[in-house]
Design a binder for this molecule. Structure first.
Ligand code: MEV
Length: 310
C-alpha cells in the first residue's frame, strides 16, 4: 500500500495579531519547524498515531476533510510528527490542518490546489479557534512572508513579500505555554471590543498602521525604525490585555538592555504568553539575558516553503 507524506511549516506573526481578526493587515512568516503527516490505507478502522496533537481533534479534522472532499476516510493509518511547539503561537494547529488536508487530497489523487487546501484548512481552524482571521492557514499553505488581510467575503487577500532580508537580529524567546487557547484569547479581545468599541478600534487601527509600515519597509525599501515599531506594537498589545504580567516582566528586561520585544500570535494573560519576538542590535545581549533568566530560545529560519508533498 502506498504511503503519502505531506508536510507544512509553522509560522510566526511579525505584527498585526488580533487586529487582523477585525480586518486590519498583519505580517506573517513561516518557520523551518515543520509538521509531517503520513497516511496509508489499511483494512482496519481509522488509526491515528501522533506526537503532536490530541487524537480526538485529529480525528475530527480527518472526518471533516473527508466530508469536504467527498472521500471515505474510515480505513486509514495516519502518523503525525511535529517539531512545532504546541499552543505557543507558532502555528501548530494550522500546520496540522493544512498538512492533513494536503495528505488526504494527495492520497485520493485529487488535484494539488493550494487555494482548495487553504480553504478546507480554514474550516478546521474555525472549529479549533472560533473566529480566526485565516492568516495562519494561509501562510502555512503558501509559505514565505505574507501581508494578510481578512476580507468580508471570506476570500483571503494576501501579498507575498519577496524582500525580507531586513528582518535582522531577531531572537525567539519562549515565555512558556499560555493557559488559554487561541480561541479564548480571541474571545477575550472580542469582549474588550464589545465593551469599548471606539477605544479598541483605535488600538486595532494603530496596529494596522504598524503592519502597513513594516510591509512597505520589507517590500519597497522604505526607511523605518523597525525596533521602534515593535516597541509600539507591544504597548498596544498590552492594552488589549493579551500579554501576561510574567511576559511583560521579560519584555521590560529586554527593553532595559536596549532591545525590544512583543508577543507573536494570540498571547496569553493568566500565566505565560507563548513566544516573544525579541530584537536587539547586539543579539548576543539577548542570548545572554535569556540564559541568565533561564528562558528557552527557539532558533528558526523564516520564510520557508509552505505545504509540500514529501
Ligand atoms: C493567531 O495566531 C493570531 C490571532 O490574530 C488570531 C487570528 O489571526 O486568527 C490572535
Amino acid at each position: 500500500m502506498k504511503t503519502v507524506s505531506v508536510s507544512a511549516p509553522g509560522k510566526i506573526i511579525l505584527t498585526g495579531e488580533h487586529a487582523v481578526v477585525y480586518g486590519y493587515p498583519g505580517i506573517w512568516a513561516t518557520t523551518d519547524k515543520r509538521l509531517l503527516v503520513s497516511i496509508k490505507r489499511t483494512n482496519q478502522k481509522l488509526k491515528i498515531i501522533s506526537n503532536h496533537t490530541s487524537i480526538d481533534f485529529a480525528k475530527y479534522s480527518v472526518m471533516k476533510i473527508g466530508k469536504l472532499i467527498g472521500k471515505n476516510v474510515s480505513s486509514l493509518e495516519i502518523k503525525i510528527k511535529s517539531t512545532i511547539p504546541v499552543g505557543s503561537g507558532m502555528g501548530s494547529s494550522a500546520a496540522l490542518a493544512v498538512a492533513l488536508t494536503g495528505a488526504l487530497i494527495k492520497l485520493n489523487d485529487l488535484p494539488w490546489e493550494l487555494k482548495r487546501i487553504n480553504k478546507i484548512a480554514f474550516e478546521i481552524e474555525k472549529q479549533q479557534h472560533g473566529t480566526p482571521s485565516g492568516g495562519d492557514n494561509t501562510v502555512v499553505t503558501y509559505g514565505g512572508f505574507l501581508k494578510y488581510q481578512k476580507q468580508k467575503n471570506s476570500i483571503p487577500k494576501f501579498d507575498k513579500i519577496s524582500s525580507h532580508k531586513k528582518i535582522k537580529n531577531l531572537l525567539i524567546i519562549n515565555s512558556g505555554k499560555p493557559q488559554e487557547t487561541t480561541g479564548e484569547m480571541v474571545a477575550k479581545v472580542a469582549t474588550l471590543y464589545k465593551n469599548n468599541q471606539a477605544q479598541t478600534n483605535k488600538i486595532f487601527s494603530k496596529i494596522g498602521d504598524i503592519a502597513q509600515k513594516l510591509y512597505h519597509h520589507l517590500n519597497m525599501n522604505s526607511k523605518i525604525k523597525t525596533q521602534k515599531l515593535i516597541k509600539e506594537n507591544h504597548k498596544l498589545l498590552n492594552k488589549l490585555q493579551v500579554v501576561s504580567p510574567k511576559a511583560q516582566k521579560i519584555i521590560k528586561k529586554i527593553e532595559h538592555i536596549g532591545g525590544v520585544a512583543k508577543i507573536s500570535g494570540a498571547g496569553g494573560f493568566l500565566d505565560s504568553s507563548g513566544i516573544l519576538l525579541a530584537f536587539h542590535n547586539k543579539p548576543k545581549l539577548l542570548t545572554h539575558l535569556a540564559e541568565f533568566e533561564n528562558l528557552n530560545t527557539i532558533p528558526v529560519v523564516l520564510g520557508v516553503q509552505g505545504v509540500r508533498v514529501e
